[in-house]
Design a protein around this ligand. Sequence first.
Ligand code: 5GP
Ligand code: MG
Length: 472
Amino acid sequence: MCGIAGICYSKDAAILIARMLHALQHRGQEAAGAVSREISKNGIHFYEHRAPGLVGDTLAREEVTRQLHGDAALGHVRYSTAGPKHTAHASQVADAQPLLREGVALVHNGNLTNHLILRKELEGQGARFQTKVDSEVILKLIGRGEADTLTNRVCDALTRIEGAFALIILSKKKLIGIRDPLGIRPLVLGRVGDGYAFASETCAFDIVRGEVVDEVAPGEMVVIEDNEVRRINYASVTPERPSRPCIFEYIYFSRPDSEWGDKNMYLARSRLGKQLAREEIARGTDLDLFGDDTIVVPVLDSGLPAAIGYAHQAHLRFSPALVRNHYAVGRSFIEPTQFLRDLKVLLKHNANKALVRGMRVILIDDSAVRGTTSRLIVEMIRSAGAREVHLRIASAPITHACFHGIDTNRGELLAAGCEDLEEANERLRKASGADSVAYLSHANMVRAVRCSSQCDACFSGDYPTPLTDLQT
Ligand code: 5GP
Ligand code: MG
């Protein structure tokens, strides 16, 4: 998962890109980078900066933005899905985006499912790759294309790639925003000042007093040149092949104040929590028996909207009994010993004993991936003096790896191979040590999100594109 943004026709392009990426920081904390373009009487020049770490500590610094000249720029915050994670800074920077080759800069959010095959084919034709990232394949296809215009070379390249991609391309003349034919990853077109911009999420426009114009549609390429917007459908969504926006953006990834289509992420998450409470009632739990000694506690931050929705629907008391420390990010804490590894969750979360002691706690998290957070937080709430801990997850069991840009393939998926909800509940109950556990059912999760169609492959194994690299 990553965050991307691009802007043109603004004299503060680099500063605004840094601000927009700051609003997308939740999408990736490993590295940040930007490329700017300057058109002057001396010609067209590109400037670049990439560094491991957070936007505020790197890109947004005055001495950095001052060097990124020009009135157009694009940028990227990285959350690696492939490639080295906790390795040396050097490899982190080498694989960091934007990519820049021969007057074309590119940023990519998503994951291609046929990049290995394409890379092999291109290498066979003499192409030499400088990084391990799948996105470089796109640049190579564009660079080696035979069509007369950049727009046509990009279109040709798009017919070759499979998988999930939201792309922004900055060339000598154009800024281009593209979404894959199924619209798996988000991308928004907007106005900032007198110019145009693209970003992964609408919250990136709020931070620069911009204005959202429209989603880039699935299968659409939006070309901005001379401050004019040209929208090209390179692959249409049809009733037989509807769009497949990633459901995990609604559940966890996007910021709650972002909107995707006509849907606000906070409201979607709050409905997920309400559905959890409805299922509780449908199972025959008599919530009236839960009195003043029962509290609904969110695992912050992403469990918050669901917990509020749950408490509201169940008429139970909401209590922010877990405190979250926001400064434990990045790679500032290395855990060399088991003792320190066990303490890791304490970097981020702490239970407020005065609120928890003697209570029956209904703990709400947005998702369970490996079940580690659940186990450690259940244990924490118990040792803070809770009488009972009931764990509720505001999404269905994650049974399958994601090949389209979310890091759910990392490590073991707790619910992998589970046949049904009961089995997943039982497995998480054992793993977490909670008194009771309930995931949300798949049907009600989809209902709460209110998309007419979506990619829910991590919950179902129903992948939206062929997994070509995996099958060959
Ligand atoms: P687990 O501890 O079960 O492996 O992960 C579940 C927790 O991680 C939840 O609290 C959820 O909010 C969070 N989470 C879910 N998906 C992701 C992800 O892709 N990256 C990160 N960093 N956290 C995630
Ligand atoms: Mg969480």
